[in-house]
Write a protein that binds this ligand. Structure first.
Ligand code: GLN
Length: 614
C-alpha cells in the first residue's frame, strides 16, 4: 500500500460504504412510487420528496446521505423499543402472558387476535398497545416519560414529541380504539383504555431523524449497548427477543418476503422510516414518506434490498473461521516471562519447557472458536499449566463462555492448572467464570500475561526442586555485567559506587531523564516498565539496571522497586575514569554489556516471531 503523503490526499479518501449509500440515494431519489400516509391527517402534510439514509456502525461511526437530520414521527418503529424496555424492566413472564410471538400475516392495524385471544406479536398495533398498557400498569402516570426516556437512551439524545401529530392521531384513531376495547374485552388490557391509547399515540409521535433511527438500530445490533454513548440501554436478553420478533413480524404482512430477500431484522413506521439492525454489524435508518400498500417506505425498502444484495448481508449467510482466534501458541521454551532468572532456574525451565503452554487469543470468541481451542489442547502433549490469554479478546459469547467453563472442568480432572490472563479487557469477567468454576482449585486469574507466565515458571522451578530467587542477597561476582573480572578489579569497581536503598514503589530511574549512573542490584526486585505501563523486565539480585547509561543514552524506561531493594550505584563518569586507567576492565565490561543487550534483543525477536509465524 502506498503511504499517505499529506493531508490533501487523505481528504480525498472516501469510505466505499459512504459512496455506496450516496449512489443508492441518487438512484432512488427519483422514484416517486407510493403514497404518503394520510389516515392520520397531520402525516399527510409531510414533504414526500424528503429522503435521508443513515447507517451507524457498532464502533460508533455514522454514515449519512440526504435528509438525515429532518425530524419525523417514529410511529411503529417505537414498537420494538417499547417491547425491549418492557421485557427488560417488567420481565419476560409478564409480557409473554399477554403478547404472543407469532407472525400474524396481517396488516399492522388488523383487528384480529390469536386463538388465545391475545395479540399475535408486539410489532402489530394490538401487541404494541398491549405493551404500552403493561407499561402504564407498572409506571402509572410516568409511563410515557419512561418510554420517551428509554427511546432517548437508544438514540443517545433527548427525543421530543410532535404534538400536532399526536393530537391528529388522538382525534382520528378510532381503529386503534377499537383494538384497545377488544383487548380489554379479552382481559389482555386492563383499566383505562383511553389512557393507554394516549400513551401509545404519544409514543408513536416521538420525533426522530434518520440518523437517530440508525443509532437506535445500531444499539439493537450491538446487544443493547449504544455505540455512541456506550450505555447498556437494555439487557442483551431483551435485545435478542426483540430482534426475533422483528425478524418474523417487523414488516407485517411483508415480513416473510422481507426476511427471505433482505435477511435483516427490520421495522417500518407510517411516518416513512425504516429501521434495520444487522446483529454485530450496523444499524440502518432511512426516511422517505411515500409508502407501499403494506405501509412500508418504498425507497427505504429499495435501499435495504440493494444494500443487502450488493454486500451479501443476509444474516443467515454468515461464515466464520474458528482458527483465526489463536494468535500464538507456544511453550515457555520460546516464550519465557520477562523475569530475569539465574542459571540454576534457567536449567530447570529449559528441561521442562513443555510443562507450561501458552495460548494467546484474539478477536471475538464464539462457540466454534472455543471448541477448536479445546481440541488443540487435547491433541498435543498435556502441559502441567495451561495459560490462556484474553487481552486481545473483545467479546466472548455466552455459548463460548459456557464451553470454556466445561473445558476448565475437564482440565482440572487431569490435574492441569489453567491460568486465564487479561480477562479485564474482554467482555468475559472473572466473576462470570467463577460461577461455573466453583469448587475447582486449579483455575487462576492473572491481570497480565507476563506475570502469569512468571508465576507458572516459578511453579515449575519449585516442582523440580529448584529455588526461586525473589530478591535474596547476591555476591557481586555473579553480576553478569562484571563477569570475567578479577577479585581485585571487582573490589575496585565496588569502591567506585555507594550502596543505595529503595522502598517498595520507589522510582529508581525515570524514562527520558539523562542517565548518570547504573545500579547493580544486590537484593530485592525491580520492575522495568515503559511509561505505558508495559513491563519489560523483572530484575533481582545479580542483575543490572540503568546500564544503557554506559552508552551515554537517556533512560529508556522507568525502573521501580517492587520490594525493598539494595543496590550499588556507580556514577558513569567515575566508571569512565576507571576504565581509562584500566582499559582491560573497561573492554571486558563493554563486552559483557553487548552480550546482555544481544540476549535481550534475541528474546524480543523470539516473542515477535511467536505472533507472526503461522
Ligand atoms: N401510530 C400508527 C398507528 O397506530 C403507527 C402505525 C405504523 O407506523 N405502522 O396507526
Amino acid at each position: 500500500m502506498t503511504p499517505i503523503a499529506d493531508e490533501s490526499q487523505t481528504a480525498t479518501i472516501h469510505p466505499p460504504l459512504q459512496q455506496f449509500l450516496e449512489a443508492c440515494h441518487a438512484r432512488f431519489a427519483t422514484d416517486n412510487a407510493g403514497k404518503v400516509a394520510d389516515y392520520i391527517p397531520e402525516l399527510g402534510k409531510a414533504n414526500p420528496d424528503l429522503f435521508g439514509i443513515s447507517l451507524a456502525t457498532i464502533d460508533g461511526h455514522l454514515y449519512e446521505v440526504g435528509d438525515t437530520e429532518v425530524p419525523f414521527t417514529i410511529q411503529s418503529m417505537s414498537k420494538p423499543f417499547a417491547f425491549a424496555l418492557a421485557l427488560d424492566s417488567l420481565g419476560a413472564a409478564a409480557i409473554e402472558a399477554v403478547i404472543g410471538v407469532e407472525p400474524s400475516g396481517d396488516a399492522f392495524n388488523s383487528i384480529r387476535l390469536n386463538a388465545d385471544n391475545k395479540p399475535f406479536n408486539a410489532m402489530v398495533n394490538a401487541g404494541a398497545i398491549t405493551c404500552s398498557g403493561l407499561i402504564v400498569g407498572a409506571k402509572g402516570e410516568w409511563a410515557f416519560d419512561f418510554i420517551r426516556q428509554g427511546l432517548s437512551r437508544f438514540a443517545g439524545r433527548e427525543l421530543g414529541v410532535d404534538e400536532a401529530v399526536y393530537a391528529s392521531e388522538r382525534a382520528t384513531g378510532d381503529r386503534n380504539r377499537a383494538i384497545g376495547y377488544l383487548l380489554r374485552n379479552s382481559a389482555v388490557l386492563r383499566g383505562d383504555v383511553g389512557g393507554v391509547l394516549d400513551v401509545y399515540f404519544r409514543q408513536c409521535s416521538i420525533l426522530v431523524t434518520a440518523r437517530d433511527v440508525a443509532v437506535m438500530a445500531a444499539t439493537l445490533a450491538n446487544r443493547g449497548i449504544n455505540p455512541l454513548t456506550g450505555e447498556q440501554v437494555v439487557a442483551p436478553y431483551a435485545v435478542a427477543r426483540t430482534l426475533s420478533v422483528m425478524t418474523t413480524a417487523g414488516m407485517y404482512d411483508f415480513a416473510g418476503e422481507w426476511i427471505y430477500r433482505v435477511g435483516i431484522p427490520a421495522k417500518s413506521g407510517v411516518g416513512g422510516g425504516i429501521l434495520a439492525a444487522l446483529p454485530s454489524q450496523f444499524g440502518f435508518g432511512s426516511f422517505s414518506p411515500r409508502l407501499d400498500q403494506h405501509g412500508n417506505s418504498v425507497r427505504g425498502i429499495q435501499v435495504c434490498e440493494v444494500l443487502s444484495a450488493h454486500f451479501d448481508l443476509h444474516m443467515l449467510n454468515r461464515n466464520g473461521n474458528s482458527r483465526t482466534s489463536v494468535i500464538a501458541d507456544y511453550d515457555i521454551g520460546r516464550g519465557a516471562s520477562r523475569r530475569s532468572r539465574r542459571a540454576d532456574e534457567h536449567t530447570i525451565l529449559r528441561q521442562h519447557h513443555g510443562d507450561v503452554r501458552v495460548i494467546e487469543l484474539v478477536g471475538s470468541l464464539s462457540f466454534a472458536t472455543i471448541d477448536y481451542i479445546t481440541r488443540q489442547v487435547a491433541g498435543k502433549a498435556l502441559p502441567q499449566i495451561l495459560i490462556v490469554d484474553f487481552r486481545r479478546v473483545a467479546d466472548v459469547s455466552s455459548a463460548a463462555a459456557r464451553l470454556l467453563a466445561d473445558g476448565l472442568r475437564e482440565l482440572e480432572r487431569f490435574n492441569i492448572t489453567t491460568v486465564l490472563s487479561g480477562l479485564a479487557r474482554s467482555s468475559l469477567t472473572w466473576e462470570a467464570i467463577s460461577q461455573w468454576t466453583d469448587g475447582m482449585t486449579r483455575v487462576r486469574n492473572f491481570v497480565v500475561l507476563d506475570e502469569a507466565i512468571e508465576w507458572a515458571e516459578d511453579q515449575i522451578v519449585y516442582r523440580y526442586g529448584g529455588r526461586v530467587d525473589h530478591g535474596g542477597e547476591m555476591p557481586l561476582a555473579e553480576q553478569a555485567l562484571l563477569a570475567g573480572l578479577s577479585p581485585d578489579d571487582l573490589a575496585a569497581i565496588t569502591g567506585l559506587g555507594t550502596v543505595k536503598k529503595f522502598t517498595p514503589g520507589e522510582v529508581m530511574i525515570r524514562a527520558g531523564e539523562p542517565g548518570s549512573s547504573l545500579f547493580l542490584i544486590q537484593n530485592g526486585q525491580v520492575s522495568v516498565r515503559l511509561p505505558s505501563g508495559v513491563r519489560l523486565a523483572a530484575l533481582t539480585g545479580g542483575m543490572v539496571v540503568g546500564e544503557m547509561a554506559l552508552l551515554g543514552d537517556k533512560r529508556a524506561a522507568d525502573a521501580i522497586a517492587d520490594t525493598d531493594v539494595a543496590c550499588l550505584e556507580i556514577p558513569v563518569d567515575r566508571f569512565r575514569q576507571f576504565a581509562d586507567q584500566h582499559p582491560q576492565v573497561g573492554k571486558q565490561m563493554m563486552q559483557n554489556l553487548a552480550g546482555l543487550l544481544a540476549g535481550r534483543l534475541m528474546r524480543a525477536n523470539v516473542k515477535v516471531d511467536l505472533l507472526s509465524s503461522d
